[in-house]
Design a protein around this ligand. Structure first.
Ligand code: AMP
Length: 287
């Protein structure tokens, strides 16, 4: 596997790959790789000639009060995982050179970035959209692979690609979970053993709501109250939001239906976790 650390080197590799008429799949990550990330790698390898992963804990998407400094970093282990999986190249930029000292250009995907995670983290999606657009210009992939775990992010990037008339395709893959249902996440490593046990309540609460929907419940407020009451059972869980929204607009809805997103964000101890259910989500949704 090629390891590139400078923008020029990965650009040269991408240019050569394109000159050979090979398709490129890009899987952007912040590292501390787990089987959720690896599912994206496997799909990229299956569908593209060349798979490029990136590992970059992007400072632009963290507010000063957030967990940038303690975010898990395990580069050597990540490189081994990517090599074993068959990824062709990894781009691991240096934060000091990735953004020049006078960097001042940002991408705002306005209305979609304001609610859900955007309420507590008002500059988060600006950082995400900016880093993704910069990576797209550098790596020039045909397809970008993202996870449903970060649905709002995938929705925002879909909008950005459309608004800026970009040709890159987007493939969003379903959430990969641990055996007890907890969504795989790099942040899970930050949980204490007891917090780790409590954290799977997020998944169970979402499941409870999905089961109620299968039984005929359609009222968003009833479902929200049901999730809130499930999460209240743990003194370690502090809810940021429980949202029932339309996936396209990310605006609240009163009655659930096709394309409804049920999303939760909660602190388990000091660690903020997110999880969601997308009603009628199809495997390998091509957007
Ligand atoms: P991150 O490293 O957390 O920025 O995530 C990089 C990519 O992996 C994003 O597109 C995430 O949505 C995706 N991802 C993270 N966790 C999971 C998971 N449990 N299942 C599926 N995709 C995931």
């Amino acid at each position: 596997m090629h390891i590139f650390r400078t923008i020029d080197d990965i650009k040269n590799y991408s240019r050569t790959t394109k000159q050979e008429s090979k398709s490129i799949g890009l899987v952007p990550t912040m590292g501390a790789l787990h089987h959720g990330h690896m599912r994206l790698m496997t799909e990229a390898i299956k569908t593209c000639d060349v798979t490029v992963a990136s590992i970059f804990v992007n400072p632009l998407q963290f507010a000063p009060s957030e967990d940038f400094n303690i975010y898990p970093r395990q580069e050597a282990q990540d490189i081994n995982l990517l090599t074993d999986c068959g990824v062709d190249a990894v781009f691991i930029p240096n934060p000091e050179t990735f953004y020049s000292p006078n960097f001042t250009t940002y991408v705002e995907v306005n209305s979609l970035s304001k609610n859900l995670c955007g309420k507590l983290r008002p500059t988060h999606f600006r950082g995400v959209a900016t880093v993704i657009l910069k990576l797209l210009h550098i790596v020039m992939p045909d397809t970008l692979f993202l996870g449903q775990k970060d649905t709002q992010q995938a929705r925002i990037i879909t909008q950005m690609l459309a608004d800026l008339s970009m040709d890159t395709g987007l493939c969003m893959l379903p959430i990969v979970r641990e055996t007890d249902g907890l969504a795989a996440s790099s942040r899970n490593a930050m949980l204490s053993p007891v917090e780790r046990t409590e954290a799977c309540r997020l998944f169970h609460a979402l499941n409870h709501a999905s089961e109620a929907i299968r039984q005929g419940e359609t009222q968003a407020t009833t479902l929200q109250m049901m999730i809130a009451s499930d999460l209240k059972k743990s003194a370690m869980i502090y809810v940021d939001y429980i949202a029932i929204v339309d996936y396209e607009t990310l605006q609240p809805i009163e009655t659930v239906g096709d394309n409804t997103l049920i999303a939760v964000a909660a602190f388990v101890g000091k660690t903020r976790l997110i999880d969601n259910t997308l009603l009628s989500f199809q495997e390998n949704r091509k957007i």
